[in-house]
Design a protein around this ligand. Structure first.
Ligand SMILES: Nc1ncnc2c1ncn2[C@@H]1O[C@H](COP(=O)(O)OP(=O)(O)OP(=O)(O)O)[C@@H](O)[C@H]1O
Length: 321
């Protein structure tokens, strides 16, 4: 049997943690010999994940909100140790971005199939990043969505914080250095994404981010006023849902392996949901840096559905016909 550690945050999400842990343990013990480690306010997922790596486990499982999941993920970057994600948070951006189911049973099912995939990660000013770096607007929003509001309203807390922030839409001058160009413009929000869930609307300029192409996508949102900001945000949400890239003058996007961003005045920066400081930043993609238990995204697209039809009979055809 393969060995593993399970890192479990008992205070993440709104469910019954004791029951959820018991279910995860029951399901995963079918194929793995693993130890459970609970996070505490003092001992976080980072310490526990580093311990697991040092002990040379065959796999690392993590269950909690995005804070816990991202922290554990960064510890296994470039180790080849596959990460199993059982999301139990509010937004579950990490799981949603990679197409990992967020129900406990379905998430454990993915791990039990033992199918893994390598995805890109990145470093932002030398800090590991799996999803995205938000500069300006998003960073302000994360700061406004308090723990208390998240507990009460869930994902709505972020939306409410976003709407509050729209009241004071601020613009800044930006200079972006890509692999081969230097681009200058005025904007309200910049997002450099490796992977992003559809709800991270500010990352959706190109629609459909490719998580294993060795490249990062920068989305620039530069609305002139509040009305345009709402229209641009709505347009980006549509882009994410339809898979069609954004087509507005106040939205731009560009792809590169590395980005250097300078702004005037300096802007707050959030990496994978955590405030990390202010611009300038340098973000570089690490191709295939992380191994994750997940299904091939293409394998999830159903190509046929027949079951359930009345009087259904399916017979193999004669090979001569
Ligand atoms: N046993 C514990 N008791 C209290 N706090 C804990 C414990 N374990 C971890 N934490 C705290 O939980 C936070 C991480 O929460 P995490 O991101 O996993 O869940 P969440 O906040 O519910 O998720 P989301 O942000 O999606 O709502 C950290 O601030 C960490 O210090």
């Amino acid at each position: 049997m393969q060995t593993a550690h399970l890192i479990f945050n008992p205070v993440a999400g709104q469910g019954n943690a004791e029951q959820e842990l018991a279910l995860i343990q029951e399901l995963l013990s079918k194929k793995f010999d693993f130890k459970t480690h609970l996070t505490t306010p003092e001992i976080g997922a980072d310490d526990l994940a580093k311990q697991a790596v040092q002990q040379g486990v065959d796999a690392l499982f993590v269950s909690g909100g995005d804070g816990t999941v991202s922290t554990a993920a960064t510890a296994v970057i470039r180790t080849g140790i596959p990460l199993g994600v059982i999301a139990r948070g509010t937004a579950n951006a990490f799981a949603n971005a990679l197409g990992i189911p967020t129900g406990i049973e379905a998430a454990c099912e993915v791990i039990l199939k033992q199918q893994t995939k390598t995805v890109d990660v990145a470093f932002c000013n030398h800090l590991p990043m799996v999803l995205l770096a938000g500069i300006g607007f998003e960073a302000e929003t994360v700061q406004l969505a308090s723990r208390e509001a998240k507990n009460r309203f869930g994902i709505l807390a972020y939306i409410l914080a976003g709407l509050r922030k729209l009241q004071t839409l601020e613009q800044f001058e930006a200079e972006v250095e890509t692999d081969d160009r230097v681009i200058s413009f005025t904007a309200s929000a910049l997002t450099i994404a490796n992977a992003a869930p559809a709800t991270s609307v500010l990352a959706q300029g190109p629609a459909g981010l490719i998580v294993d192409d060795g490249l990062l996508d920068l989305t620039i949102v530069a609305p002139a006023n509040r009305t345009s900001a709402i229209a641009a945000t709505y347009h980006l949400l549509q882009s994410a849902l339809s898979g069609n890239p954004a087509e507005r003058d106040d939205v731009g996007y560009v792809r590169s392996k590395r980005f250097k961003v300078t702004t005037h005045p300096p802007q707050k920066v959030v990496v994978d949901g955590e405030m990390v400081g202010t611009t300038p930043i340098e973000v570089e993609c690490v191709p295939a840096g992380l191994t994750v238990f997940m299904q091939d995204p293409e394998a999830e697209i159903p190509t046929e559905k027949l079951e359930g039809l009345p009087d259904l009979v399916i017979e193999p055809k004669d090979s001569e016909n």
